[in-house]
Design a protein around this ligand. Structure first.
Ligand SMILES: CC(C)(COP(=O)(O)OP(=O)(O)OC[C@H]1O[C@@H](n2cnc3c(N)ncnc32)[C@H](O)[C@@H]1OP(=O)(O)O)[C@@H](O)C(=O)NCCC(=O)NCCS
Length: 257
């Protein structure tokens, strides 16, 4: 059994068993080419590739994503080997933390991560919305003075925000706020790097009114720009009329040093 960097040729073998991984399908086929290009896509090979996992390094953290093991080879410690391999490469780079996102109902994956020393740091909810035309909504760019943002989601990776990154987002008008009533709502908007015309929203929700105006503004923005879908990630629970609830995820992390 060896672990090596993936090449374009591995795609066919891996994606064959990554079609109906979850009730909603899988996304490995769609991100494969991007991940090969980004680097740090690893396959685990017996005589054929039977496992895959991608690592994304940013600052002091390695984000581990897309862990898949062929159904006939599960429960033999293979996913654990892939994760440990990436952790050891990250440690060699001096990286101190590792994190991943796991569906709250994915018991096998949660169990695997917990066995390897990962702990649940936060729970996030995923909602979706469709682009739609609305009248003008009262939102503004910027952030209420009193608020701080620990994370924002970029291409389904939870990135820690520092002052420089926040300034960047503010300068690009990616931080939108609605504070027409008490308890402001604010969101960071970003384009998916892997899926066409897909807007990702990191939402820090406030009152229902503020949430409603903020999200209507975003729906309108996406409508005008011909987006296909809007994906909202939030730690909060949204009112049922606000957006369609899809799934919940545990953000898992581990100290490597
Ligand atoms: C989740 C997944 C990657 C685990 O791969 P794996 O190679 O079977 O995992 P491992 O053998 O390394 O498992 C390590 C531990 O996880 C737990 N585990 C793994 N599969 C399990 C299952 N089906 N039920 C309960 N616990 C399980 C066990 O505690 C196991 O330790 P043990 O062998 O000492 O009992 C694999 O089931 C898979 O590809 N699933 C579909 C895709 C997926 O869910 N990916 C993760 C997305 S975050």
């Amino acid at each position: 059994m060896i672990i090596r960097k993936a090449t374009a040729i591995d795609k066919e073998h891996i994606t064959k068993f990554c079609k109906n991984t979850f009730s909603w399908g899988d996304y490995i086929q769609d991100v494969w080419d991007f991940w090969v290009k980004e680097g740090n896509l690893f396959v685990l090979e017996n005589t054929l590739p039977i496992g895959v996992c991608h690592a994304y390094y940013l600052d002091n953290n390695v984000w581990i994503e897309g862990i898949r093991i062929h159904p006939s080879h599960r429960k033999q410690g293979l996913a654990s080997q892939l994760v440990l391999h990436i952790e050891s490469l990250a440690q060699k780079r001096g990286i101190e933390t590792s994190s991943m996102l796991i569906d709250v109902e994915n018991n096998s994956s949660l169990q695997m991560a917990q066995n390897l020393g990962y702990v649940i740091s936060e729970k996030w909810n995923f909602y979706s919305l469709v682009p739609k035309q609305f009248d003008a909504c009262s939102v503004r760019f910027g952030l209420p003075d009193t608020l701080t943002i620990p994370y924002y989601v970029k291409s389904w990776r939870w990135l820690r925000l520092n002052n420089a990154k926040l300034l960047d987002l503010l300068n690009n008008n990616q931080v939108i706020c609605c504070d027409k009533s008490d308890d402001p709502s604010f969101a960071i908007i970003s384009n998916s790097e892997h899926f066409e015309k897909t807007m990702l929203i990191t939402l820090y929700s406030g009152s229902n009114d503020n949430d409603h105006d903020l999200l209507s503004y975003i729906q309108n923005l996406c409508f005008r720009n011909n987006y296909y879908r809007i994906q909202i990630l939030t730690k909060n629970t949204l009112a049922p009329s606000t957006a369609e609830y899809r799934l919940s995820f545990n953000l898992m992390s581990k100290l490597l040093s």
